[in-house]
Design a protein around this ligand. Structure first.
Ligand code: BEZ
Length: 202
C-alpha cells in the first residue's frame, strides 16, 4: 500500500499511529505530498479529488481517502482492534469525530494565518475556529475523561493527534489551562512509542 503523506498533518498522524500500534509500518510506503486550499501542490487529484492528505492506495481497490475511512479500513485489514463492538463503538466514533473537528479547525486556522494573503485575513473568523476548539476541549474535560482512560482505541489516537497539532502549530493558545484531566491524559499518551516516533514536523 502507498500512503500520501505530510509530516505535519494530524490526519496523517492518526494513520501512522495506528500502523505503529498494529506493528504494520512495513506494509505501507510513504509518498510525500503537499496541497492547501490555494495550491493543489503535489497531491494527485486522481487519488483524492478533494486534494486532501492522507490518501491510501491499496492493492485491492481504488484509493481511499479521509483519515476516518483509511483508519477504519486499516483496522479491519490488520485486525488492530482499535474500534470496539457496538454499543461502545458509538462513543469511540463520536470521540474520533470530535477530535477530527478540533484538528480541522486548527488546520483551517493555520491556513488563515499562513496561506491566505495578509490583507484578506479575518481575526473574527480565526476566533470563531478557536471557539469551536475551546468548546470541544471543555466538553472532553467535563464528560469524556473516563472514556479516555479505557483501553486504547481510535478515538483516543485521533484526540492525541489533534492535541499534538495544537501544541505544534498553536503554542500561543494555552489549551491545557483549566483542563487538568486532559492535560494529564495527553502527557501520558504522548509517551507511547507510536506517538513519539510520529511527532509532527515541518
Ligand atoms: C501544516 O503544515 O500545519 C499542515 C500540513 C498538511 C496538512 C495539515 C497541516
Amino acid at each position: 500500500m502507498h500512503l500520501y503523506y505530510a509530516p505535519a498533518s494530524p490526519f496523517v498522524r492518526k494513520v501512522m499511529v495506528l500502523l505503529h500500534e498494529a506493528g504494520a509500518t512495513d506494509q505501507v510506503t510513504l509518498i510525500p505530498a503537499s496541497g492547501n486550499p490555494l495550491d493543489p501542490g503535489t497531491m494527485p487529484l486522481d487519488r483524492n479529488p478533494l486534494g486532501k492528505i492522507p490518501a491510501l492506495e491499496r492493492d485491492d481497490g481504488p484509493a481511499l481517502y479521509d483519515s476516518r475511512v483509511i483508519c477504519r479500513y486499516l483496522d479491519d485489514r490488520l485486525g488492530a482492534g482499535l474500534y470496539p463492538a457496538a454499543p461502545r463503538l458509538w462513543e469511540v466514533l463520536t470521540l474520533e469525530a470530535t477530535a477530527d473537528g478540533i484538528a480541522d479547525a486548527a488546520v483551517l486556522m493555520r491556513y488563515e494565518g499562513f496561506v491566505r494573503p495578509e490583507p484578506f485575513r479575518s481575526s473574527d473568523w480565526m476566533e470563531g475556529q478557536w471557539a469551536k476548539i475551546d468548546r470541544a476541549l471543555s466538553t472532553l474535560e467535563q464528560r469524556w475523561l473516563s472514556h479516555l482512560n479505557g483501553p486504547i482505541n481510535m478515538g483516543q489516537i485521533a484526540l492525541a493527534a489533534a492535541l499534538g497539532y495544537l501544541d505544534f502549530r498553536h503554542q500561543s493558545r494555552p489549551w491545557r489551562a483549566g483542563r487538568p484531566g486532559l492535560d494529564d491524559w495527553a502527557s501520558h499518551f504522548a509517551l507511547r512509542p507510536s506517538m513519539m516516533t510520529t511527532a509532527p514536523q515541518g
